[in-house]
Design a protein around this ligand. Structure first.
Ligand code: CP
Length: 296
């Protein structure tokens, strides 16, 4: 694999190999060493989980890491991102982990600057967040390995969610039995990659094995989109009452960051069914597997 851009590019065996490798790293904390492969984190959008877990993943593999401070980089003087990448590549950097608000930018960079370097998509606009989908499926498979028998519900702003896009693609590739996308009409997807859509939280959660709650992404709503948080909370928040529609042993996930008291209640986020911190933990191992696969 030269670049890690999208779930589309991965075959089912490639996905399962990455998950197995991540589980191996989790269970065997003596890691290989790749000091000849420096990594740079280029985060044009805020991040806690993804940026830090890519950094930790690289450090676990003895890869030197540079976190470029974009506020003080030469892009503030007009340098374009392609020249930033070529400049860093000339210094010997091989792996570029990029998060950007611009949909499709990592793919464009892989096509235009890709010789001798590897681009990792750490989230582009509303399109894709493939490493999140990988760590989410890793977490689900640890708890509920029989994917063909599962009902998974994703609840929230599906339309603006790169996480929901990548999750639909990975659920399709791995043959998840049933995927339901739950959203109010205005946040339903314009095109569906996999699964069915409902505006009924009760219908979506009924007998679900896995419930994935999405963040209300205020920053992605256009100024014309009226956001009535009270009515969203009333109809779609994950509370102990609404989660009770799912199976008793259902697991609750959220990609983070969470908005407590908006899309999810404290009792659910911190409750016994929550796997949110397990997702975060798995993110480091999954990103180790991704970085290693690019240089192998
Ligand atoms: N899930 C996720 O992408 O979180 P961060 O924005 O903190 O990286």
């Amino acid at each position: 694999m030269k670049h890690f851009l999208d779930i589309h590019q991965l075959s089912k065996p490639e996905i399962t190999t990455l998950i197995q490798r991540a589980l191996h790293f989790k269970n065997n904390p003596v890691y290989p060493s790749y000091p000849q492969f420096p990594v740079v984190n280029l985060f044009y959008e805020n991040s806690t989980r993804t940026r830090v877990s890519f950094e930790l993943a690289a450090k676990h593999l003895a890869m030197p890491v540079v976190n470029l401070d974009l506020q003080s980089s030469s892009e503030s003087k007009g340098e374009i991102i392609q020249d930033t990448i070529k400049t860093l590549a000339a210094m010997g950097i091989k792996l570029f982990v990029i998060r950007h608000t611009q949909t499709g930018l990592p793919t464009m960079l892989a096509e235009t600057c890709g010789d001798g370097i590897h681009i990792v998509n750490a989230g582009d606009g509303t399109r894709a967040h493939p490493s999140q989908a990988m760590l989410d499926l890793m977490t689900i498979m640890e708890k509920k390995p029989h994917l063909a028998r599962l009902k998974i519900a994703i609840v929230g702003d599906i339309r603006h969610s790169r996480v929901a896009n990548s999750l639909q693609l990975i659920c399709a590739k791995l043959g998840v039995g049933e995927l339901v996308l739950v959203a109010p009409k205005r946040w339903q997807p314009t095109s569906v990659h996999y699964g069915s859509v409902t505006s009924s939280l009760h219908e979506g959660l009924l007998d679900a094995d896995v419930v994935i709650c999405l963040r209300v992404q205020r920053e992605r709503l256009s100024t014309s989109e009226h956001l009535d948080l009270e009515s969203y909370r009333r109809d779609y928040a994950l509370t102990p009452q609404t989660l009770a529609h799912a199976k008793k042993d259902a697991i609750l996930m959220h990609p983070g960051p969470i908005n407590r008291g908006v899309e999810i209640d404290d009792d659910v986020a911190d409750g016994p069914q929550s796997c949110i911190l397990q997702q975060v933990k798995n993110g480091v191992f999954m990103r180790m597997a991704i970085l290693e696969s690019l240089i192998s």
